[in-house]
Design a protein around this ligand. Structure first.
Ligand code: AMP
Length: 544
């Protein structure tokens, strides 16, 4: 006896039957859209029928390049319900990366926001996009695109809202998400139905994010970033109302949605909530319905947790990665800590948390031996479980990120006596700015493209608002430093998003090296003097 397979479809069909009148609400360029779960299921069905009529079948890849809204939420079920993988493309990636991942994923159809057509056009290359047969445009008129394009209404009109979905198994495809990773080239993680099903069940529990039909859930974390942390699936499974904040929401938009829709649970990277806190300093707001803010992707500053505690809103700190679908740990207080003083409780809440039920973990030293759980000994975190990937899409299984079924996270952690995992460093040196990665190596290479630069090393320096910002250390014989900085910034800007330009350029005699001749980035970071609290010319996206 095996039971019926774990697939995503029953989450939605149950919600449509048991909570037909609960609402899904989205902020769009044309105002707020709202409809019921009954209609949600119909719209998902119609989109799935249209995709099937366009030839999409089990194992195919359908991509999205979209913000958080109703059409994206529909694709979240329509594509996996066909046994195809929903490939959520991050439109903030450099165009080169988008090109690489579309080519590797061999996407057949891309759903694109009208407002993101420019990003798609910029990434377009006839070879890389050879597999792409059609783009379906949502949220606006169909713009000029380099691939055949059709508007969403024309695409779905006349299609059956209640199709006979294929019988799927747990191993059928459901999702695909690329991580910028630590070594430059993006790596794809393909999620099966079973992986996303088990992740959903885990985050529904009190040990996870404790989501129920009492909740109104607003994922601010982008739906192009690891399935918006799984919230669209979990909210549907729970029968919770859902609120999607649409394109580029600012703090005022988020606060208005919380007030108008009675949001109880929301989620996003710390930068988003720091922005909301700044906004709340000067504006009155009624956050009385808001119970929890899930924060992850980067460590939340202490002042964030304290400030929301003062407002009666619990900041729930979680840890995860693309490879873990993503939630792997949540920092809930154990019973023995509940009665401890505020500062002791805060110490635990600031840690990345307790590994979720269903997962196994180890923190190991260089020899592979488990380090003691003393809160001091550091080791690399290894995890495994039903929603943790064991390979990268299209790559050999012998990637050094895996040891059998164990994922080597690349995160260096301590584990304390209570079992709380604390992330102390990243094994690699990517810079996490506003929840999005900046590849330090790419920025270095761009700067070193200037013949006057002898060496350049780029490191992430802690920044109160963005988590980290890049600082470049430059060795040059040239005297004209201002013009060199301008030229270097221009080179970075030509190849990458504006917010990859370092906040500061430090001129040094030489870059310290490690024993193996590599830049000593740990030393550079430790030796950085001053603080990075100035504003950034081009702000990082800060959503995820
Ligand atoms: P990504 O796959 O792009 O989401 O990146 C995953 C990485 O983000 C993890 O390996 C961590 O290094 C970092 N990360 C995720 N959550 C946290 C957190 N709560 N605190 C600090 N770093 C985090």
């Amino acid at each position: 006896m095996t039971g019926h397979p774990q697939t995503l479809r029953p989450f939605l069909s149950r919600a449509a039957r048991l909570y037909p009148d609960r609402e899904l609400v989205a902020r769009t360029a044309d105002g707020v859209v709202r409809y019921t779960y009954a209609k949600y299921a119909n719209r998902v069905g119609r989109l799935a029928s249209a995709l099937r009529a366009a030839g999409i079948d089990r194992g195919d890849h359908v991509a999205t390049m979209c913000w958080n809204h109703d059409h994206h939420a529909e694709a979240y079920y329509a594509v996996p319900n066909l046994g195809a993988a929903l490939h959520t493309i991050n439109p903030l990636l450099p165009a080169d990366d988008v090109r690489t991942i579309v080519a590797e994923a061999a996407d057949r159809i891309i759903l694109v926001d009208a407002s993101l057509a420019g990003a798609l056009t910029e990434a377009y290359d006839p070879d890389a996009f050879e597999s792409v047969e059609l783009t379906v445009v949502v949220g606006g008129e169909v713009p000029d695109l380099p691939v055949d394009a059709v508007g969403i209404d024309a695409f779905v009109t006349g299609h059956d809202p209640a199709p006979d979905y294929p019988d799927l198994g747990g191993d059928d495809a459901a999702g695909l998400c690329y991580t910028s990773g630590t070594t430059g080239a993006p790596k794809g993680v393909r999620y099966t139905q079973r992986m996303l099903w088990s992740h959903t069940m885990a985050i529904l529990t009190p040990a996870g994010l404790d989501i129920s039909h009492h909740d109104t859930v607003m994922p601010v974390v982008p739906m192009f970033h690891i399935n918006a942390w799984g919230l669209p699936y979990a909210a549907t499974a729970a029968g919770a109302a859902q609120v999607y904040p649409g394109p580029s929401p600012d703090p005022a938009d988020l606060v208005t949605l919380i007030e108008d829709e009675g949001v109880t649970l929301t989620a996003g990277v710390p930068t988003v909530w720091l922005g909301v806190l700044d906004y709340l300093e000067d504006h009155d707001a009624d956050l009385s319905t808001l119970e929890r803010i899930v924060v992850g992707g980067a460590a939340p500053p202490e002042r964030l947790i304290r400030a929301f505690d003062d407002r009666g809103v619990e900041v729930v700190h979680g840890w995860g990665m693309t490879e873990t679908a993503p939630v792997g740990a949540v920092s809930h207080l154990k019973p023995e800590l509940r009665d401890a003083g505020y500062e002791t409780r805060l110490d635990s809440r600031l840690k990345q948390g307790l590994i979720l039920p269903g997962l196994e973990f180890r923190a190991v030293d260089d020899d592979g031996s488990e380090v003691p759980h003393d809160g001091e000994s550091m080791g690399e975190l290894l995890v495994r479980g039903p929603w943790v990937t064991t390979s990268y899409y299209g790559r050999n299984d012998d990637d050094e990120a895996f040891e059998g079924s164990w994922l080597r996270t690349g995160d260096v952690v301590t584990v304390d006596g209570n079992g709380y995992v604390e992330l102390v460093d990243r094994a690699a040196d990517v810079i996490n700015s506003g929840g999005e990665w900046i590849s330090s190596q790419s920025v270095e290479n761009a700067i070193m493209g200037d013949g006057r630069v002898r060496e350049a090393a780029v490191v992430g320096i802690p920044h109160d608002r963005w988590g980290e910002r890049p600082v470049a250390y430059v060795v040059t014989d040239a005297d004209e430093r201002e013009s060199l900085i301008d030229a270097a910034a221009e080179r970075v800007r030509e190849a990458y998003p504006d917010w990859w330009v370092p906040d500061r350029f430090e001129f040094v005699e030489s870059i310290p090296k490690t024993a193996t001749g590599k830049f000593d980035k740990v030393g550079l970071r430790a030796g950085f003097e001053g603080s990075l609290d100035g504003s950034v010319d081009a702000e990082p996206p800060g959503e995820g």
